[in-house]
Design a protein around this ligand. Structure first.
Ligand SMILES: Cc1cc2nc3c(=O)[nH]c(=O)nc-3n(C[C@H](O)[C@H](O)[C@H](O)COP(=O)(O)OP(=O)(O)OC[C@H]3O[C@@H](n4cnc5c(N)ncnc54)[C@H](O)[C@@H]3O)c2cc1C
Ligand SMILES: Cc1cc2nc3c(=O)[nH]c(=O)nc-3n(C[C@H](O)[C@H](O)[C@H](O)COP(=O)(O)O)c2cc1C
Ligand code: SF4
Length: 638
């Protein structure tokens, strides 16, 4: 594609950037538990910097001990400068400019995590946390302003080229800006002028410490998308005050914990999600504007700049999925970019405390070597099953020079992900499948569809190595009446909701049960999810679970937990709840009772073939991430 703007040089204050791409702050949880920079932190930022973005922003670091979350970064004391200087050095070694983001979580954390009382402008809890914070005294407010400025000076002393204040997403600074979370009656609350005072004082104090030439970037939510929060009109008023206070660039994100999907726009939101918020703010300020939010292709990035909506584009998850995003644009290899599909598995891993990882980039997390070195001995390899595990294994093995044949019993590639991608809110998974297809073709994998492999076939082919990625099958529970005609499998209903009647009971409240209920409710049906356990959607990553449960509630899906199944009758499902028999009336019963590994072939061949491996759901049913990671880990070593 012809790109004129995105690769042109740009300036933020006195800082010249090679191109218009910025890697925004993305918390990784790679730091040590006590907030110190780890080797993984340094390695990560150097890897991202090697991809050629103009500016790399290091994730939010707390400016005060009370904001320290386990495995988050801590820049609240001078002793942290040394660790941070190693990150700055690593980024700059790659010829890229480096910024570091500063924050305090305010009320959007939990005292269980920080070991401190939560505090905020007012004693109002944030919904997903529900912990009532303490209202900050004026003395604490002034102390905190000093902490932000001191930490900014540390950013400079550590060798960074710029600092960014995190004034978005509902954290402490945003807490002051928002009329929804700031109900103070002193000079820090009330009018817009007053709500901006905390931010303005931080900027002024920082300027005194870092000098005129050191660029200060400021991130705000251009809209909070919460009831009684601020909208774009107030965001414009805030932007003007921040510009006047001396910031060098404004970075326009959106949302907070109660409008979570705006912070990390999922796959069913528009691309370039917040570009119009950036555009509105750009109209009224003179300083550069950075736009962020699903800018995951060079086309969208170029369009935002050409239309004058922003001066820079931040690509976050896009560079996690493919750290060489910018490099590939520079070398006219855009078609090789592994696209981020906004599945937010990275977010789920972060909130699950496991460190950021990505389905498109098995390297991320840096838990095992992913160096694709040529194999010392070229082998004849058969891979059975073309789900994500089989496809990823085939790609890596073929890239290393092996002779790889991939066999799939169905008529297309993708495995269970084809089903996962069917509901209207998960269409983004098709991009994942098509990028795997493209990579398999480029790597020279020999693909055989409509071929069910058995032990006879494998014996006849006599390969050196066999990798079984045979996935799973749907479990059919032993319930009286399961054979009745109105009992359907979730798999069939996801593909064709018209097979269901108007009143449906779904057996199983895991991933599949929750998703099929939304599909049914969306097509106008009454859906009730029943579950033996107590937690609906357990085992699903946190952000995905939140969105699913929210969607179910909004669409009127009913649920009943802690039941045991008695029998399926013509009238519906009979359950036992608290010792009482209950008939849940339904004209259709949908079975979503989980998956079981399909490893029959492995059982037959395990004592015959020396190099026989089992990967993905065929070992244990999990998610795409484990499938691609296991596949990579295995095949880099064969
Ligand atoms: C409804 C639903 C929604 C889901 N949503 C998500 C999600 O949003 N995110 C996520 O990360 N995970 C999701 N999952 C889980 C995810 O799909 C699986 O974890 C993942 O697909 C496992 O990959 P795999 O390659 O191990 O197995 P599979 O994807 O199951 O692939 C196995 C393949 O092997 C083939 N095969 C089997 N036996 C043979 C044989 N003998 N010969 C030839 N071919 C054979 C099968 O046809 C199949 O194509 C979802 C699962 C379901 C059921
Ligand atoms: C795992 C993860 C961690 C994040 N951590 C931060 C953070 O520390 N500070 C911040 O301002 N934004 C954070 N964000 C938001 C991103 O900077 C960015 O605004 C968001 O991902 C949308 O942009 P994208 O579509 O390019 O990813 C995080 C996003 C993700 C996915
Ligand atoms: S895990 Fe999903 S959302 Fe996160 S970077 Fe990778 S592809 Fe994008």
């Amino acid at each position: 594609m012809k790109v004129s703007k995105i690769l042109s040089k740009g300036k933020i204050g006195s800082l010249e950037l090679e191109n218009r791409f910025i890697f925004p702050a993305i918390d990784t949880s790679y730091a040590h538990r006590d907030g110190k920079v780890s080797e993984t932190t340094i390695k990560h930022y150097e890897r991202i910097a090697s991809g050629g973005a103009g500016l790399i922003t290091v994730e939010a670091a707390t400016v005060h001990k009370s904001g320290l979350i386990p495995k988050g970064l801590d820049l609240s004391t001078d002793s942290a400068i040394q660790g941070f200087s190693k990150i700055a050095e690593a980024i700059k070694r790659q010829g890229t400019k480096a910024a570091a983001q500063l924050f305090h979580p305010g009320r959007q954390t939990s005292s269980r995590h920080t070991g401190h009382t939560l505090f905020a402008p007012s004693a109002i809890p944030s919904k997903p946390v529900y912990e009532i914070p303490e209202e900050m005294t004026k003395a604490l407010i002034f102390e905190m302003i000093g902490c932000f400025a001191q930490a900014a000076l540390r950013v400079k002393l550590a060798g960074f080229d710029a600092v960014e204040f995190h004034g978005a997403h509902g954290y402490l600074i945003n807490g002051f800006l928002s009329p929804w979370s700031n109900k103070r009656e002193d000079e820090f609350g009330g009018t817009i002028e007053n709500r901006c005072k905390f931010a303005v004082e931080i900027i002024k104090k920082t300027r005194e410490l870092v000098g005129e030439d050191f660029p200060i970037l400021f991130r705000i939510s251009g809209h909070e998308y919460v009831f009684k929060g601020y909208d774009i009109e107030e965001a414009k008023a805030i932007a003007l005050r921040l510009e006047e206070a001396g910031v060098d660039a404004l970075h326009i994100s959106a949302g907070n914990y109660e409008s979570f999907e705006m912070m990390f726009p999922p796959m069913n939101t528009s691309t370039g999600t917040h570009q119009d918020l950036a555009k509105e703010i750009k109209k009224i300020v003179k300083i550069p504007i950075i736009s962020v939010g699903r800018i995951h292709t060079p086309e969208i990035a170029e369009q935002i700049l050409v239309e004058g909506k922003a001066d820079f584009v931040a690509v976050g998850r896009g560079m996690l999925a493919d750290p060489d995003f910018v490099k590939k644009i520079k070398s006219n290899q855009e078609e090789l970019i592994r696209p981020c599909i906004s599945c937010n598995i990275c977010v789920d891993k972060l909130y699950g405390g496991e460190g950021v990882q990505c389905i498109q980039n098995p390297e991320l997390g840096y838990k095992f070597s992913t160096d694709i070195l040529q194999a010392p001995l070229k082998k004849k390899m058969i891979i059975v099953g073309a789900g994500p595990a089989g496809m990823q294994a085939a790609i890596t093995a073929a890239e290393r020079g092996h002779d790889v044949s991939l066999y799939e019993q169905s008529d297309d590639l993708g495995g269970t992900v084809r089903l996962a991608a069917t509901p209207f809110f998960k269409k983004g998974y098709w991009n994942f499948i098509s990028s795997l297809k493209k990579r398999a073709e480029n790597a020279g994998v020999k693909i055989h569809l409509n071929t069910k492999v058995d032990h006879v076939f494998i014996r006849k082919e006599a390969p050196d190595t066999v990798i079984l990625a045979t996935g799973s099958t749907f479990r059919i529970p032993a319930i009286k009446g399961i054979d009745l005609n109105h009992v359907k499998m979730a798999e069939d209903i996801i593909k064709n909701p018209e097979l269901a009647g108007n009143e449906v009971v779904i057996i199983g409240g895991g991933w599949t049960g929750c998703e099929v209920s939304i599909v049914l409710a969306q097509s106008g049906r009454k859906a009730t999810v029943v579950k033996r356990g107590s937690i609906l959607g357990d085992g699903i990553g946190r952000s995905h679970r939140w969105s699913l449960l929210k969607e179910m509630e909004e669409r009127g899906v009913q649920n009943m937990t802690n039941v045991s199944y008695e029998e399926i009758s013509k009238e519906g499902l009979v359950v036992l709840l608290n010792g009482e028999r209950k008939l849940l009336k339904a004209d259709t019963i949908v079975i979503a009772a989980g998956l079981e590994s399909n490893n029959n072939l492995y059982s037959i061949l395990k004592n015959e073939i020396e190099e026989l491996y089992l990967i993905g759901d065929a070992i244990k049913t999990r998610t795409v991430l484990e499938a691609v990671q296991e596949a990579t880990k295995l095949t880099v070593g064969i």
